[in-house]
Design a protein around this ligand. Structure first.
Ligand code: NDP
Length: 395
């Protein structure tokens, strides 16, 4: 992988809630990426952003990223050295294939998921490792917040010889809508309606959706009920963190959110099996997505904060120790800075930081690597300067 490529432009794919937040933040930090090529399925979103962001040059492109040849052509046309995939998990493999053929680096925030099956795992992307190594390029996987920052927190834990980790994701905010998701509704609902799963004593233990819950006291938010879920970073962390005994993922949901979700499930609106409607075949979940508020429209009246971090316990220098390493992010402050809500903000800023560490040649390597396989120190050092300060609470 070539070092220091800050003079080459990057290509960002996706101009939704996360993609637009990435661009708006990059616009405030013009020395990072003076030129960004922005491509998406709806070019109008790219054009609107390019007109709004005058601090840097945003060059809009129309792209169907499901077509690997089209992605390849655009990489060649833009001469990008890095492709930041902020489209949907469905596009991961076609974009990675184009990166291999063009021999350019790749970064994403979510692992591949086939459109016709609600299943996500890293195997599809890890299978491309040899091709990335042969091309001497890096695919940095899962560089959002969770996965992303939480993986880096775990790497920090490994350095300190801790061995039990609970990843806690709390959105203590209120957007004023009876039911809305904070990122792409289709991807979000597919994720949370799956069975749960966690790792303990060298075994994966399966649970029913929302079967296990626990109340945690979140700093700057208070007590909230969190549900044990399966989340993609568990798969890579079990592989990459030495001496890990147990790892679980918890996410908070309000009773109102869960009641709405139950009704939607019961009436079949979260299904991805096609149904016939007025002579046309439609997918109920895709229809539901169109009925729900767009995640990037939520920021206007969003109050409260997110608190996401890792509760880590284990032995350090012969003594038992327990810490919570976390970030809190205010919806109002994210809106005031970038007109984005905190969930988009906490996903886009780590992706921006990861892209800049790759471009500067600080994070290097070849193959498909998850973020915890990178040195956490430069990332942890810079993260607060980009608007995501982290803290440690000792128990
Ligand atoms: P959105 O739906 O808001 O945005 C997705 C964007 O991708 C849209 O601009 C969409 O175009 C574009 N797109 C979709 N399909 C294609 C295609 N075939 N070709 C080109 N562009 C396409 O999603 P979010 O911004 O909420 O989420 C983006 C990603 O971030 C997702 O993968 C999500 O899972 C991930 N994420 C990761 C988190 C983390 O912490 N790691 C947390 C939250 C999200 P159009 O405008 O036409 O629909």
């Amino acid at each position: 992988m070539k070092k220091n490529q800050t003079h080459h432009p990057i290509l960002v794919i996706g101009a939704g809630a996360v993609g637009s937040t990435f661009i708006k933040k990059a616009n405030l930090l013009p020395t990072l990426f003076p030129t960004i090529h922005l491509a998406s399925r709806t070019i109008d979103k790219c054009i609107t952003l390019s007109k709004k962001c005058t601090g840097i040059q945003i060059i809009p492109h129309l792209l169907d990223a499901d077509n690997s040849n089209d992605v390849l052509q655009l990489i060649e046309k833009t001469k990008a050295h890095l492709v930041v995939n902020l489209a949907l998990p469905y596009q991961d493999l076609t974009i990675m294939d184009a990166c291999i053929r063009a021999k350019v680096n790749y970064l994403d925030t979510a692992n591949y998921e086939p459109k016709d099956e609600a299943k996500f795992c890293y195997e599809w992307q890890w299978a491309l490792n040899d091709s990335f190594v042969a091309a001497n390029i890096l695919a940095l996987l899962g560089c959002g917040f969770d996965p992303g920052v939480t993986n880096i927190f775990c790497k920090y834990a490994e350095k300190h010889l801790f061995d039990t980790i609970d990843i806690l994701d709390c959105n203590g905010g209120d957007h004023g809508h009876p039911f809305a998701t904070n990122f792409n509704p289709e991807i979000n609902i597919r994720e949370i309606t799956q069975n749960g799963q966690y790792y303990s004593n060298k075994q994966w233990i399966k649970t029913k959706p929302m079967e296990i819950s626990r109340v945690f006291n979140f700093p700057e938010i208070g007590k909230r009920k969190a549900y044990l879920m399966y989340h993609e970073e568990l798969q890579s962390l079990v592989k990459n963190i030495n001496g890990l005994k147990e790892i679980r993922f918890w996410m908070t949901f309000s009773d109102t959110y869960l009641n709405h979700l139950t009704v939607l499930q019961n009436v079949g609106l979260t299904s991805i099996k096609p149904i016939s409607f007025n002579g046309k075949s439609i997918i109920p979940l895709e229809f539901l997505k169109e009925c729900l508020p767009n995640p990037s429209s939520l920021s206007e009246n969003y109050s409260g904060k997110t608190c996401i971090g890792c509760l880590i316990s284990g032995t350090k220098n012969g003594k038992q120790k327990k810490i919570f390493i976390y970030n809190t992010c205010s919806h109002e402050e994210s809106h005031n800075e970038l007109k984005s809500q905190a969930v988009s903000y906490t996903t886009a800023i780590p992706a921006l930081l990861g892209a800049s560490l790759i471009s500067k040649g600080i994070w290097t390597g070849s193959g498909t690597l998850n973020v915890e396989e990178m040195d956490p120190d430069p990332f942890m050092k810079e993260l607060p300067h980009l608007g995501l300060p982290w803290k440690i609470h000792n128990y």
